[in-house]
Design a protein around this ligand. Structure first.
Ligand code: BGC
Length: 558
């Protein structure tokens, strides 16, 4: 599929509507898949460890105690260190990824984090008997996973055509789930077919493939056009946008996008001031948005999906299902399969409706799961209450389907598109670090909490799901189909989130609003108005986009 033909006349340009870019260009699909390898690495690495802890050779080499039958076993502190150091690494990786991405660019940062991950894999695979070498290797690999968990959605949301941005970033989640599922399957295969070190060295070794594919593949993809534009590589940025939309550089969509990027950059550089990191809290409407990102990512963990992914085996053993591999395969399979639904709903129904519906769905599932587990299941002898056990498995799967099609992918998409370019890398880094912090806390505290309140723990997650629905209703703007620059304007103008899907900037610029808005919001409104005026002029121009190097002659000042 090639793009629309180059327009010959003004009328041709006018005819260019969004419909000419409604298909997804194969180049964009390729980009989606390749960059989503960052998600695969994330999923593969987090998915493989629970299997390792049960492998006989891994236990023989690294365990620090014996169980009642005299078999090697891990103490909580040692298994906690092996599992948890990855999360600590990811947390640090996510925080430092932002500033590095602003300096090095998105593309070369992706290569860097893949190399870091590979170093972590090497440290682990050459380990013979030292458990702490495995733990340190996981910490290093975690740095890479954390960096990629910021870079992947960032690169995708900065490069994707607006019509499919949600679906493309959701591809990242699809690959996380595919990574988890693949790790489960490979662990199952090697545990069954091998004895000795290959049991765990083969899955770790296969882990080399994904970062090599990603790091080499990204060399053939362009740099993020938004980063390029900010660094003065204007021609390249315009070219990348036109290629990702699959239309000529003169197309109205490309003109519009470039003009919006320019307007924002001009406004930022007009002040000429040096920018400080803390502006992610003090910049226009940034405190609101930074906190929103942190809360959404915390809630993405607190809705409780990892309760099932990390402790599914234990949970289902206590409901009477004893084959841990079957459990993992069921959960991993449902998770992967239903993420496809997420790719569809995010751009079909928008972020708000999908997240609110998903949160309420997960709330209901957890309420039923927790009530059956707490009141109906015979926890001492689960076989005596088989229907309770079955109901719990069904509602766990329904929960996972709800998570995988909404909160799993869409939170990554929303966080990738909520911040303006200047703050995006750092703000996304902090929000992603919040995800990893709560990921770690849930993995660490779940065994203790479950020991105290058994399945009533599900009420805690259910409550968080409900809070998630309220937070989205009150604070998240609908961003479906809007450019990143338009989204920024919407937040700066303090558009009411529950009215945001119907919001049109034209309606907001009434004299009444202009007076009641603060100076920053007024300037943002002005910028949007000017950008729109230029778009209209541009759609009458047959000679294509006026590129305009970023200049200090600001179209508006902040
Ligand atoms: C979450 C992970 C989770 C995974 C499950 C991701 O979006 O951030 O913590 O394990 O989804 O598919």
């Amino acid at each position: 599929m090639s793009g629309a033909a180059t327009p010959e006349t003004a009328t041709d340009v006018e005819k260019q509507t969004d419909s000419t870019v409604r298909y997804i260009h194969p180049r964009v699909i390729l980009m989606g898949i390749l960059v989503s390898m960052g998600g695969f690495i994330f999923g593969y690495d987090t998915g493989q460890i629970s299997g390792f802890l049960e492998m006989s050779d891994f236990l023989d080499r690294f365990a620090d105690q014996t169980d009642a039958d005299g078999n090697p076993a891990f103490s909580n502190s040692r298994s906690g260190a092996i599992v948890g150091l990855l999360s600590i690494g990811t947390l640090i990786g996510a925080i430092i990824a932002g500033p590095i991405a602003d300096k090095l660019g998105r593309k070369y940062s992706i290569i860097l984090w893949n190399i870091v991950f590979i170093v972590g894999v090497i440290v682990q695979i050459v380990t013979t008997t030292k458990w702490y070498q495995i733990a340190i290797g996981r910490w290093v690999a975690g740095l890479g996973v954390g960096g990629l968990s910021v870079l992947t959605p960032m690169y995708q949301s900065e490069t994707a055509p607006r019509q499919v941005r949600g679906a493309l970033v959701s591809c990242y989640q699809l690959f996380i789930t595919l990574g988890i599922f693949t790790a489960y399957c490979i662990n199952y295969g090697t545990e069954d077919d091998y004895s000795g070190a290959p049991q765990w060295r083969i899955p770790i070794g296969i882990g080399f493939i994904w970062p090599v594919v990603m790091a080499v593949g990204i060399l053939f993809l362009p740099e993020s056009p938004r980063w390029d534009y900010r660094k003065g590589n204007v021609d390249r940025a315009v070219n990348t946008i036109s290629k990702s939309y699959g239309v000529p550089e003169t197309h109205q969509q490309v003109v519009r996008e470039v003009r919006d990027i320019k307007a924002k950059l001009d406004a930022e550089t007009a002040g000429g001031a040096k920018h400080h990191w803390y502006e992610i809290f003090t910049g226009p409407r940034m405190l609101y948005r930074t906190i929103l990102g942190i809360v959404l990512q915390a809630l993405q963990q607190l809705v409780g999906a990892n309760y099932f992914f990390y402790y599914g085996t234990t949970i289902f053993t206590s409901t009477g299902l004893s084959n841990s591999y079957v459990t993992s395969m069921i959960l991993g399979g449902v998770n992967f399969g239903t993420t496809f639904l997420g790719l569809y709903v995010v751009d079909k129904f928008g972020r708000r409706k999908s997240l609110i519906t998903g949160a309420l769905w997960m709330f209901v599932c957890f309420m039923i799961f927790a009530s059956v587990g707490h009141y109906a299941l015979n926890r001492d002898d689960p076989q005596a209450t088989p229907s309770a056990g079955t109901a719990m498995i069904v509602f766990a799967c329904l929960f996972i389907a709800g998570f995988a099609s909404t909160w799993g992918p869409i939170v990554w998409a929303v966080v990738g598109e909520t911040y303006p370019s200047r703050y995006r890398a750092r703000a996304m880094g902090i929000a992603t670090a919040s995800n990893w912090t709560f990921n770690f806390l849930i993995s660490f505290f779940t065994p203790f909490i479950t020991a105290d309140i058994d399945f009533a723990y599900g009420y805690v997650f259910g409550g968080c799901c409900f809070v998630g629905a309220v937070v989205v209703y009150l604070f998240v703007c609908e961003t479906q189909g809007r450019s990143l620059e338009e989204i920024d304007t919407m937040y700066v103008l303090k558009v009411k989130p529950w009215k945001s899907s119907k919001w049109r900037w034209e309606d907001d610029l009434t004299a009444q609003n202009m007076v009641s808005l603060g100076p920053e919001a007024r300037q943002a409104a002005k910028r949007t108005e000017q950008a729109q005026e230029r778009r209209e002029v541009a759609s009458g121009e047959a000679n294509g986009v006026e590129r305009g190097e970023p200049s200090n002659a600001a179209t508006a000042t902040r």
